[in-house]
Design a protein around this ligand. Structure first.
Ligand code: GLV
Length: 323
């Protein structure tokens, strides 16, 4: 009998087709996230799950999936999966590190420039018919990256790649990492110092119980007037309510690719704030990066389905002992 595999997101036909030769596929084709009850039903007798950030894989989903041999997510982050529950159940979780580093670092720097040079705001300004005079000496003035002190919170591969880019801009760089690290051209400081001293703070740490709201109300309040917060990590790294207050008074700016609630509700207060550049979680959204992520996720899925160690495993405790 062919093993059953659930795909919880809509993927292009040519990507799914080779899998259908090997497995009995059940694919969610809705554009909205797959409801948990449907996921639970489909997983009742499935051996594999291919998923992404839009599907929370909770402890109860895992508990009901008694045949499950592997969870493979098309993402580097695994905070949408109850990793402890998967590990306790002996289920390896595959993810897609490394391949999205450059795309995400590019986007972080893009957001820094967009926010500090007011690119999205200026675009809206033109489109709403406000450009009635030619060049004006004081129009939409911003600040320079070359004169900025930029703080990088989390010096993993994406944080490091962001540092590499910022060196080229001539920025002064401060860094903080959970474990001690030294990096050329980066002054390592504690978090309080970093938030206090920087013109731009960029978040690159994984979301864990320790990093939840690492950009806390107190740290946001300690940022310099006119400073910018960049988040390409996870929404829950920031106290979003506190950030909205700081943006509403005009004291801070922001460039955000991730939010506490995604998609952002239509009446969300951030949508009316001109000093925030908002993107719909597209840090890794380039053709080649998405292709590389899918390839990595399929390699993980196939390995797990055949009881082999996953090439890229988020819970190594169980990755070698599957099947
Ligand atoms: C994107 O946010 C990812 O974790 O891949």
């Amino acid at each position: 009998m062919t093993s059953k595999c659930v795909i919880s997101l809509d993927l292009p036909e040519d990507i799914v087709a080779p899998l259908s030769d090997q497995f009995d596929l059940l694919t969610w084709s809705g554009r909205e996230a797959m409801p948990e009850v449907t996921l639970q039903e489909w997983l009742a007798d499935a051996e594999g799950l291919l998923c992404a950030l839009s599907t929370p894989i909770t402890a109860s989903v895992i508990a009901g999936a008694e045949q499950l041999k592997v969870i493979s997510t098309i993402s580097v982050g695994v905070d949408h999966i109850d990793l402890a529950a998967a590990t306790a159940a002996g289920i390896p979780v595959g993810h897609t590190p490394d391949v999205l580093v450059d795309s995400t670092a590019d986007l972080a720097v893009g957001l820094m420039i967009a926010a500090t040079r007011r690119i999205a705001e200026a675009d809206r300004w033109i489109r709403t018919g406000q450009w009635s005079q030619g060049w004006q000496s004081d129009l939409l003035l911003g600040t320079d990256l070359s004169q900025a002190t930029v703080g990088i919170v989390g010096l993993g591969p994406i944080g490091e790649a962001t540092v590499k880019r910022l060196r080229g801009f001539g920025a002064t760089i401060l860094g903080w990492n959970r474990t001690p690290k030294s990096l050329e051209g980066v002054e390592m400081v504690d978090l309080e110092d970093l938030f206090r001293r920087c013109d731009i703070v960029s978040l690159h740490t994984a979301l864990t119980p320790d990093t939840l709201q690492i950009a806390s109300r107190k740290r946001l309040a300690s940022m310099r007037a006119g400073a910018t917060l960049i988040n390409t990590g996870r929404g829950a790294l920031v106290d979003e309510a506190a950030l909205i207050e700081e943006l509403s008074t005009g004291r801070l700016r922001a460039g955000l690719d991730v939010f506490e609630t995604e998609p952002l509700p239509a009446d969300h207060p951030l949508l009316s704030l001109d000093n925030a550049v908002l993107l719909p979680h597209v840090g890794s959204a380039t053709f080649s990066t998405r292709m590389a992520m899918v390839t990595r996720a399929l390699d993980n899925l196939r390995a797990g389905m055949s009881g082999q160690p996953l090439p890229f495993c988020a819970n190594p405790e169980v990755c070698g002992f599957n099947g």
